[in-house]
Ligand binder design. Structure first.
Ligand SMILES: CC(C)(COP(=O)(O)OP(=O)(O)OC[C@H]1O[C@@H](n2cnc3c(N)ncnc32)[C@H](O)[C@@H]1OP(=O)(O)O)[C@@H](O)C(=O)NCCC(=O)NCCS
Length: 216
């Protein structure tokens, strides 16, 4: 079966090799590995710390992730075969040939180039192997590391919007002066804290402009 067909059927069973990482299908014990990662200490990133899950819930987590119809949820290993993060494509539109992308790493694996390498590796597959047209993402406007990573990969800003901020973080954005420099990216609506997000896109044209096929 071709890679294209595998992608369509959401039965994704091959490896994408990057410079520093390998993207591979999810395995049952990935959730166990994820739960052993160090936690993000910054409340802004608390939603990337998973809730404590028992054995049955871990099994459910895995089954949910592999059975979502419009999402392909993949693991990112480094070259020591350590699980360092997850990357997914969702809202996959096989007619328009577009999809949205989400990525996160374990706290201790950030800032080592893994995120950029994983994204470039997935984008190469997305544009060059399965012929998709546009990869979208959204990112909190205060998340400068993620934005830097996306700009390095060739993503461009499309528009800004406001989303609810994860209430589990209990951020005191307007009271705590530690947040003074990012306050401009938040607003309150009633009791709700809204965060500014940017939609970004990487187009096939932009990808091939920066990554011309060999021989050209
Ligand atoms: C976002 C994420 C996937 C990026 O992956 P990563 O491996 O950490 O990023 P990289 O090391 O490839 O690149 C990060 C770049 O941002 C820069 N950077 C780091 N902190 C920064 C900051 N506060 N402001 C601006 N740039 C910053 C780094 O210097 C690097 O740029 P450089 O290569 O030009 O020096 C990862 O950090 C992560 O999972 N973060 C937490 C979850 C998250 O934010 N997910 C994305 C949600 S949209």
């Amino acid at each position: 079966m071709s890679k294209r067909a595998l992608f369509r059927k959401n039965r994704w069973n091959h490896l994408l090799k990057g410079k520093w990482v390998i993207i591979r299908p999810l395995k049952r014990d990935d959730i166990d590995k994820r739960l052993s990662w160090k936690e993000y200490p910054d409340p802004l990133y608390f939603h990337y710390n998973p809730p404590k899950l028992g054995h049955t819930e871990r099994g459910k987590w895995y089954l949910n992730k592999i059975s979502e119809p419009d999402r392909v949820y993949l693991a990112i290993d480094n070259h020591d075969q350590r699980l360092v993060g997850f990357i997914s494509l969702y809202n996959i539109d096989r007619v328009a040939r577009t999809a949205w992308m989400g990525v996160f790493l374990g706290y201790e694996f950030t800032d080592r180039g893994y995120g950029t390498d994983a994204l470039l590796t997935l984008a190469r597959y997305f544009f060059e192997e399965i012929g998709f047209e546009k990869m979208f993402l959204d990112v909190a406007s205060h998340n400068k590391r993620a934005i830097r990573c996306y700009l390095k990969c060739g993503f461009k800003f499309v528009r800004t919007k406001y989303n609810k901020h994860d209430p589990r973080a209990k951020l005191d954005i307007f009271g705590d002066d530690g947040y003074a420099d990012i306050r401009k990216y938040f607003k309150k609506e009633g009791d709700e804290l809204l965060a500014q997000f940017d939609d970004m896109v990487l187009t096939k044209e932009a990808w091939f402009d920066s990554n011309p096929p060999s021989g050209n």
